[in-house]
Design a protein. Structure first.
Lengths: 319, 447
């Protein structure tokens, strides 16, 4: 132990030797680390038992014939071979791709448009923000599906409006040509979540950029194209990745509106709905697991492509 | 330390000093031990006195409430048995059963969806019933028991009886001056019925339509097949009908639809009709006999009656049949719970007070004595249902076989086939062949 004199107070201060200080710090850090682990334990347990174990179990089941009632029987790649000849698998793939390709860009465009409008400092902004966000919370609920029937059904709102012009409409939900479209509209309608993120992004764009552009004579449209869009590309990219993954996993809306059949004529047979049918209706849990892994791989590939292409169009501040 | 635990002194200070904190901890520990001993002691006492039976069933809100009330009445009368009620909507029930089966955590008594009867049987989920002393089968003749047995074993019990029917809106029929023939009128064939519906649609002054479009209704389809000497499923677990019969069934419906005598798929929102949308637009609906009870409530201004199915010329003898929704006792039930479970099943099938509380939404009671007793307290719609079931129960009936393993999705396939025909313009015979091939492939895969 050494002693020093405090120059300001003149008091003698005794300092602990370096080694005990380090050991005390280590003990304190050790205690903190222990506490951190304690707090992490519930999540870790949840991750291991609710996510990791079922994930790897489903990977194993993907290579088996398993109908829940009997032990899985290893069948190698049979489930994956079966997909090639399964026309409903291809129907489901087609429906899902059409849905992702059409609904995600439309939803993002709509969300961006509304965010730009709301960012203009209109009065009652919190009300509008909450109001527009609401459908995102309700989008996959039973209530909205019932509402959709009231809007797009045979005697629904749309057909009643058409009736005013002498046009007799058919149920949009029971027409194979339009049924998927109604679900795309439903997805676009739930634009609240990306809109809120766009709003946050718009608030981060420095106002002096717009002022400088105005001084240079740029109009609103030019400002949007040359300042807003480029500055928002990281946010657009974030929303694009998130919404694409979400769209691939769409289930509730199709399940409720088609009564779980994916009809009419498989026009709303989303991939996840087909997995559900195979797993929980036909008890083909092995095949359903294989389908689920194919979906996961597809999402991973599409996400990777997004990231690869992002370097060509996403501009970060430090570029 | 009395009263020192955290009690607020004037001025907001507490008296919980170091000594009191220790005392607090002691008291807390003592309290915890006391509470635990009370809790577990209480449970132990309860466990000694009571047997807990889980009962799984499905339906809508009304059925949930009425069955819960009936099961609570049973608990009140049998304090030694506690029933844990596991209710869900039909689809959710199937999903839950799937996971419960995978986990080996099936309720001691559970309802069985018709496509799964033999799937579960093959997996050994059912316990034998006729060796349970608390389950009284004395009201059941050997003939009745034989129709309930699966592969010669009494391991499920019907919790009701349905028959396929033509349900008609009697109010419409009277208003529009049309009479629905009875079975013994000699003029109740599929052809005459088809013509009646077309004529009704064309002639009634109220713009009403003859029927819903309903080729996917399984019970009436099965009645049609049995009249032709075919079955839905064969004894050895195969498809029991030919492409000819399936195609003719679809043809019968397409003739009606094209004549405008059924609602369109658009009007009824699907190839299977939504009764809420269709109920006040049509004269007749193809249905299960028990559905009149709930469906009539949706349109209280109208009176509904039922007729037996039309009969083909040259229909084979014994084509009538009774459809049994079934329940079972789980094979792996603990031995000390078997008698309690038997008591619950006994109450459901043998005690008229059960159906008095639940109503007859699950059809006529399987027990003939209870069926007779139920007439005394049944509503008008329920009496109509009991009448028509009783008539079919008295008829000669050929054996009926349950859906084999692997046929779980046959209804979904039939819906899609009907869509191909009505919406996709597919050739009826080709679509019928595809349906048979697809269902057969699934059955084969499950073998």
């Amino acid at each position: 132990m050494s002693a020093t004199v405090d120059k300001t107070s003149g008091r003698r201060q005794e300092s602990l030797p370096a080694a005990p200080i380090a050991s005390k710090r280590r003990r304190r850090l050790g205690r903190q680390e222990g506490a951190a682990h304690v707090f992490m334990t519930p999540w870790l347990l949840g991750f291991v038992f609710v996510t990791a174990v079922p994930l790897f179990a489903s990977l194993y089941l993907a290579f088996t014939d398993y109908n829940i009632l009997y032990s899985p029987e290893f069948t190698g790649l049979e489930n994956f071979r079966r997909m090639v000849d399964d026309y409903r698998f291809w129907d489901a793939v087609g429906v899902t791709i059409r849905y992702v390709v059409v609904s995600v860009p439309l939803q993002l465009a709509f969300a961006l448009l509304l965010a730009v409008v709301l960012d203009r400092g209109i009065s009652g902004l919190p009300f509008y923000r909450g109001g527009y966000y609401l459908p995102s919370l309700l989008g996959s609920s039973i209530a909205v599906s019932v509402l959709w029937r009231e809007v797009f059904g045979h005697s629904g709102l749309i057909n009643q409006v058409l009736g005013l012009f002498g046009i007799e409409g058919q149920s949009w939900l029971q027409n194979p040509t339009t049924a998927l479209g109604t679900l795309i509209v439903l997805n676009v309608w739930t634009f609240g979540s990306p809109m809120v993120i766009f709003l946050a992004g718009l608030r981060q764009i420095p106002a002096d950029l717009y002022e400088a552009a105005k001084v240079d004579g740029a109009g609103t449209w030019r400002q949007f194209l040359n300042i807003t869009l480029p500055m928002l590309t990281p946010i657009i990219f974030f929303n694009l990745v998130l919404q694409t993954i979400g769209a691939f996993q769409t289930f509730n809306q199709a399940y409720i509106i088609s009564g779980g059949t994916g009809g009419p004529l498989n026009s709303t047979l989303f991939y996840t709905l087909y997995i559900y049918q195979q797993g929980f209706v036909s008890f083909n849990m092995g095949y359903a697991s294989a389908l689920a892994w194919v979906l996961m791989l597809a999402i991973a590939i599409v996400t990777a492509i997004h990231f690869l292409l992002s370097k060509y169009w996403v501009h970060y501040g430090d570029d | 330390m009395g009263g020192a635990i955290g009690s607020a002194e004037p001025g907001g200070n507490t008296t919980m000093g170091k000594t009191d904190r220790r005392g607090f901890l002691k008291l807390t520990a003592a309290g915890a031990i006391g509470a635990a001993s009370l809790t577990f002691g209480g449970r132990a006492a309860t466990a000694q006195d009571q047997v807990t039976i889980r009962y799984g069933w499905w339906g809508g809100t009304e059925r949930q409430q009425s069955y819960t009330a009936a099961l609570e009445e049973f608990e009140a009368a049998n304090p030694g048995i506690k029933i844990e009620k596991e209710f869900a909507d039909y689809d959710a029930f199937q999903e839950r059963m799937t996971t419960q089966m995978a986990a080996g955590d099936v309720p001691e008594i559970f309802w069985i969806a018709s496509p799964q009867v033999l799937t579960y049987e093959k997996a050994g989920l059912y316990r034998q019933l006729d060796d349970i002393p608390t389950l009284d089968l004395s009201d059941f003749t050997e003939e009745i028991l034989e129709t309930i047995r699966i592969n010669g074993t009494l391991n499920t019990m019907p919790n009701g009886v349905f028959v396929p029917v033509i349900r008609y809106n009697e109010t419409f029929a009277q208003e529009d001056g049309v009479e629905i023939p009875t079975e013994d009128s000699g003029n109740w064939t599929w052809e005459s019925f088809q013509q009646l519906l077309i004529d009704y649609t064309n002639d009634n002054a109220n713009g009403r339509v003859g029927s819903t479009y309903n080729p996917t209704h399984d019970l009436t389809f099965e009645a049609y097949l049995r009249q032709r000497g075919e079955q839905l499923w064969t004894e050895d677990g195969q498809i029991g009908f030919t492409v000819d019969s399936l195609a003719e069934w679809f043809n019968w419906w397409e003739t009606l639809r094209e004549a405008g005598a059924t609602l369109s798929v658009s009007e009824q929102e699907g190839v299977s009709p939504d009764w809420q949308l269709a109920g006040d637009k049509v004269l007749v609906n193809f249905n299960n006999s028990n559905h009149i009870i709930d469906d009539a409530k949706a349109f209280p201004d109208y009176t509904f009656k039922m007729r037996a199915m039309p009969v083909s010329e040259g229909a084979v003898e014994g084509h009538k049949y009774l459809y049994y929704p079934r329940m079972a006792i789980y094979q792996k039930i603990a031995e000390d719970k078997v008698e309690a479970a038997g008591s619950v099943v006994n109450y459901i099938i043998n005690d008229a007070s059960f159906v008095r509380t639940t109503g007859l939404t699950m059809g006529a009671p399987i027990n003939p004595r209870v069926r007779q007793e139920a007439v005394e307290f049944a509503s008008d719609d329920e009496k109509e249902m009991l009448r028509i079931v009783e008539a079919d129960a008295a008829a000669q009936r050929n054996p009926r076989y349950e859906a084999p393993a692997g046929s779980n999705n046959w209804r979904t396939v039939m819906v899609r086939t009907a869509e191909e025909i009505t919406l996709g313009g597919a050739d009826i015979r080709e679509a019928s062949q595809r349906m048979i091939d697809e269902v057969a492939a699934e059955i084969e895969r499950a073998r």
